[in-house]
Design a protein around this ligand. Structure first.
Ligand code: GRF
Length: 208
């Protein structure tokens, strides 16, 4: 059984896609052992509760400084003894210590085809605003391992999504989620649970 901790901040639709994937058998040999959230008002917490998954909220507001917040976050994740940490719309910079401890065991979903529209400042709707401003005809989503850079870790899988002329950032965001994110993230977790994802020299191969 792959023990997964899912880190969330907001709506939790990607968390829901993982929960559904496990329930419906698209993801095998996987258990979400804890949901970790930095935002007490997040809808994602309700989704965890409805699925009977234990959650923990670690909000920066409850700590005097960044260092203490990071310590608490690391502790909360580690307590659950995860094999894999999934960042599913987690709006917190992951502490370097955690990244080092879980090298190639933290994955993130980003709503563009990396290396386009990623890195500093590219999050949420901004990614889709930038894609529309540039006039790209295709965008998509990327699942990648997390290293100490921003959206720079080894890419596991990507899925393309068409951009339409009348798209707004909101309609594009929705389509990228429906057609790419909610498909890709469960698929990558399933591949990892099956031991099929190998990282070598910063590049991923999916083995048979
Ligand atoms: C998604 O677009 C994800 O790619 C990004 O944040 C959003 C999270 O949405 N990193 P949700 O909380 O899973 O609904």
């Amino acid at each position: 059984m792959l023990r997964v901790v899912v880190c969330v901040s907001g709506g939790g639709t990607n968390l829901q896609a993982i929960i559904d994937g496990i329930e419906q058998g698209a993801i095998s040999d996987t258990e979400i052992v804890r949901v970790v959230c930095n935002n007490p008002g997040a809808r994602a917490l309700e989704r965890a509760k409805a699925a009977g998954i234990g959650s923990a909220c670690v909000s920066p507001k409850d700590f005097g400084d960044r260092e203490r917040f990071e310590e608490a976050l690391i502790r909360t994740v580690q307590e659950a003894s995860p094999d894999l940490i999934v960042l599913a719309g987690f709006m917190v910079k992951v502490p370097a210590e955690l990244i080092r401890k879980y090298e190639n065991r933290i994955i993130n979903i980003h709503p563009s085809l990396i290396p386009a529209f990623c890195g500093k400042g590219y999050y949420g709707l901004r990614v889709h605003e930038a894609a529309l401003a540039r006039g790209v005809k295709i965008t998509g989503a990327t699942v990648h391992f997390v290293d100490e850079g921003m959206d720079t870790g080894p890419i596991i899988e990507q899925k393309a999504v068409k951009v339409y002329e009348n798209d707004t950032p909101e309609t594009l965001q929705r389509r990228v989620m429906e057609e790419a994110e909610w498909v890709l993230l469960p698929r990558c977790i399933n591949l990892i649970a099956a031991g099929r994802v190998k990282v070598e020299n910063g590049r991923v191969t999916v083995v048979e």
